[in-house]
Design a protein around this ligand. Structure first.
Ligand code: SF4
Ligand code: SF4
Length: 396
């Protein structure tokens, strides 16, 4: 494995003093004409895409969190991917489309992922290069907040210009997944699990995400917020009509706008505890008109989240209550097909297959919910103990 030392992208970091523009444009459906109209309007509000990508090939990075069809709202819809790809292709640009899924690198699984998410058809229809490269590369992160050396997918690490295409979703661990969290997809397959193990403290994990922003420097983010996910995302929450495209050059600014639309309070998103969002200038629809009443946020996931105001309790009691409060995974034997993706993705090795069915050892489990995220069958359910339900309801 080779080592790369400098960020590959020479775009300047956004100025902290100048407000970061974020375009908010209504987009009511995935109808081709509607997405094209909304995308053109969003890009116009940002001053066009051309100054951001003056030359060369472009890498499109959708959120392909799992092999789910577009209507599940887990992955970026192919209509959004195709709209931006069509625009860039018309200008004669060479486009690569890809993502690096969690777990062991297997070309067969990657192909399956592209097929299920509609990316294979999109690439064929528009003549895009579908990235099948699963090679890892170690990169040194200058001034790292978290890990000084990170193993990334080689194609993504060396992409000359990255265009980030996240999905508008809640996330049990990160609270929301948008432009910043989508960059975790650049981490090479099995290392996604390894970093979850090493970076148990959310601040360390968020530090890694911010390091990825600095290293990969995505020049433009276009969030598929036409249909988003609410509740216990990023995989098994509920699809909900949101009706927007959200676009911007600064991933933190874009995520902050997403958080405001969803209704997260101050300090509720750990990313912004580590890196306060920059000043933001919302263009298009005013932010107040884009807030989503009753948007279901994810279940409490930390001691602070769930046991706010109880900091005076003895540490061991708090730890016990926290474990009870957090939803615990269990596997439905009826739904489990024994594919072992959860076993391979568990950072604690808390899952074993017995008679082709996954079984969770709750004593080892740290409630990271990776198993729930990666299970293609929805077989990993999250539920609370009776005490946990009582605690959760008392904190609402
Ligand atoms: S629980 Fe899901 S991910 Fe785990 S083995 Fe069963 S089907 Fe596969
Ligand atoms: S069993 Fe526990 S530790 Fe393992 S992936 Fe699932 S939630 Fe995370």
């Amino acid at each position: 494995m080779t080592m790369e030392t400098m960020p590959h992208n020479s775009m300047p970091a956004p100025s902290a003093a100048k407000p970061a523009p974020v375009a908010l444009v209504p987009c009511s459906s995935y109808d081709e004409a509607e997405v094209n109209r909304a995308l053109t309007a969003a890009l116009d509000l940002l001053g066009g895409w051309e100054p951001l990508f003056p030359e060369g090939s472009i890498y499109l990075k959708p959120n392909l969190a799992g092999p789910f069809p577009p209507e599940r709202a887990v992955t970026t819809h192919p209509a959004v991917v195709k709209a931006i790809a069509r625009l860039l292709k018309t200008a004669g640009r060479e486009i690569t489309l890809g993502d690096s899924p969690a777990g062991p690198a297997r070309p067969g699984y990657l192909k399956f992922l592209y097929r299920r998410t509609g990316m294979e058809d999109a690439a064929r229809e528009l003549g895009l290069n579908l990235d099948m490269n699963l090679d890892p590369v170690e990169v040194k992160i200058p001034h790292a907040r978290s890990l000084r050396v990170v193993t990334l997918n080689r194609s993504l690490a060396s992409a000359p210009a990255l265009l980030n295409l996240p999905k508008f979703k809640t996330h049990l661990f990160a609270r929301l997944t948008g432009a910043v969290k989508n960059l975790y997809g650049a981490v090479s397959g099995v290392m996604k699990v390894a970093y979850h193990t090493r970076l148990k403290d959310p601040a360390d994990f968020m530090g890694l995400l911010l390091d990825l922003v600095d290293y990969l420097q995505p020049r433009l983010q276009v969030v598929d917020a036409v249909v988003g996910m609410e509740g216990d995302g990023p995989t098994w929450g509920r699809a909900r009509q949101v009706g927007f495209l959200v676009a911007g050059t600064n991933p933190l600014a874009v995520d902050w706008v997403m958080g405001q639309m969803m209704g997260f309070g101050a300090g509720a998103v750990p990313l912004f505890q580590l890196a306060p969002p920059p000043p933001v200038e919302v263009r298009g629809v005013p932010l107040d008109q884009a807030r989503l009443p009753g948007y279901k946020l994810p279940s409490p996931n930390t001691l602070e989240d769930g046991l706010e105001g109880l900091s005076w309790l003895p540490r061991r009691l708090k730890e016990y209550l926290s474990r009870e409060l957090l939803p615990r995974p269990s596997v439905s034997p009826e739904l489990c097909v024994g594919c072992s993706r959860c076993e391979q993705s568990c950072p604690q090795h808390a899952i074993r297959l017995r008679d082709q069915k996954a079984v969770v050892d709750l004593n080892r489990c740290i409630r990271c919910w990776c198993c729930n995220e990666v299970c293609p069958e929805g077989a990993v359910e999250l539920s609370r103990s009776r005490l946990g339900r009582l605690l959760a309801s008392s904190r609402r």
